[in-house]
Design a protein around this ligand. Structure first.
Ligand code: HAM
Length: 427
């Protein structure tokens, strides 16, 4: 067999796996719609400035990971690295600017040029939500609680929720000063990237993954204590609401998230079954500038990585039941029998019965192998002799037992047989 793999960091998803994806998407849709969220499908690519402005020019994603290209008119386009900025671009065309709350969810592929590893892809898939237009600690808590509810419904009950606050924009100056002063004193022992971060955006240092840097980061000053009363009260109310809802969490002062649009609440959900890539979902409250608007629009939301959710399900031993095969397989010898089989398959499928059959000229033995492979409970066999006598042979695959049946009323006879057999699952 030719070995022609898809590009690194991407994957082909075949039927058995695709069914798991559909299940996740359906559960997401069902949970989120209970909370009033409707689906929004935005384009896979956007004008580059939607992400540059939305995510912040200093973020790792914008600086290093975007797939950017020019359209025929020379305008810069980018494959979406995440969902929030495109959703906000789409909502800028609605009445969200007039204070109308919008609750939307989305799912689909996202693209980041990261180094591929287990749980880290260049094309990955997210399910996510955005609650846009309103600001209240209770909305943040409701959103987080919905994420935990979704995880529980897909069988992930033991995920860990970490939360933190990024404060409001005016808190960042004094807190940033505190951090700059501390890291400035230790920068000689830190990585090259952190040196640049110290100059350009000190907050990014907090999510550096280098071992040596992590040790210094662990002793960083408690910058949250310097935040305004407004920010601290907001955060206290989020925590109180989560406790009231019975959602367990820990506060992680090092959690700042990789995108620049966050204010107030940020959160991340991790699971020990994932290995190095522990985040299965992340999100927070944000303020994002919509195209053509000079004041930011507030929202809160999250996205979960579908590949990572499935990795956790695998680690929890939640393999799906194998796909049920077709209940009936039609075997035809000779062109006329094949055509009759095609007509019979058509009638049965219209009645809702999954049917397998061989339409190319193959030997009886090869077709029987096909029937076995398909998992069919029954094979319907006919050749020229049966055609002439207006009959077919129905073979029970498990026992090898055969009986002749007249073609008159054959479709309803097969339906009766299959529906009366409890070992057959119909899709
Ligand atoms: P994010 O933390 O960048 O947030 O991504 C959310 C989730 O997507 C991660 O927790 C992870 O499960 C998954 N993910 C990210 N990158 C990869 C990758 N390369 N391979 C596999 N999975 C990945 C956002 O994207 C924000 N837009 C979330 C949000 C919505 N914030 C507010 N609203």
């Amino acid at each position: 067999m030719a070995n022609f793999a898809p590009p690194p960091g991407t994957a082909d998803i075949f039927a058995a796996e695709a069914r798991r994806w559909r299940n996740l998407e359906n559960t997401a849709a069902s949970v989120f719609s209970r909370y009033g969220y409707g689906e929004l499908r935005t384009p896979i690519f956007e004008y580059t400035e939607v992400f540059q402005r939305g995510l912040g020019g200093e973020t790792e994603v914008v600086q290093k990971e975007m797939y950017t290209f020019e359209d025929r008119g020379g305008r810069s386009l980018t494959l979406r690295p995440e969902g929030t900025a495109g959703v906000m671009r789409a909502l800028s065309n609605t009445d969200v600017m007039n204070g109308v709350e919008q609750r939307v969810y989305y799912c689909g592929p996202m693209f980041r040029g990261e180094r591929p590893a287990a749980g880290r892809r260049r094309q990955f898939h997210q399910v996510g939500v955005e609650n846009v237009g309103r600001v209240a600690p209770l909305i943040d808590a409701e959103c987080i609680s919905m994420l935990m509810e979704f995880l529980a419904e897909i069988g992930i009950h033991d995920a860990k929720l970490a939360i933190n606050t990024r404060g409001v924009a005016t808190d960042r100056g004094p807190a940033g000063e505190l951090l700059r002063d501390y890291f400035g004193r230790h920068i000689d022992c830190m990585c090259d990237d952190c040196r640049v971060r110290l100059e350009r955006n000190v907050w990014r240092i907090l999510d550096c993954k280098q071992e040596g840097c992590r040790r210094i980061i662990a002793d960083a000053p408690d910058y949250v204590a310097s935040f305004s009363t407004e920010s601290c009260t907001y955060f206290d109310e989020v925590k109180a609401a989560l406790s009231a809802l019975g959602v367990p969490f820990t506060v992680d002062p090092l959690l700042v998230r990789g995108l620049d649009y966050y204010v107030h609440t940020v959160f991340e959900v991790s699971h020990s079954g994932l290995g190095a890539q522990t985040a299965i979902a992340g999100g927070g409250r944000y303020e994002l500038f919509l195209p053509g608007q000079n004041r930011p629009v507030p929202g809160v939301g999250f996205a979960a990585g579908m590949e990572r959710l499935m990795m956790v399900q695998d680690a929890l031993g939640m393999a799906d039941a194998p796909e049920a095969g077709v209940p009936v397989y039609l075997i035809g010898l000779g062109a006329a029998a094949r055509l009759e089989n095609l007509k019979l398959a058509d009638a049965l499928r219209r009645d809702g019965l999954p049917v397998g059959l061989e339409l190319e000229e193959r030997s009886f033995k090869a077709q029987l192998r096909g029937a076995n492979k398909s998992g069919a409970a029954y094979a319907v066999v006919r050749g020229e002799a049966e055609l002439e006598r207006q009959v077919v042979v129905i073979k029970t695959m498990a026992t090898g037992e055969q009986r002749e049946v007249s073609v008159a009323g054959l479709a309803s006879e097969i339906m009766k047989l299959v529906r009366g057999n409890e070992s057959v699952t119909l899709g």
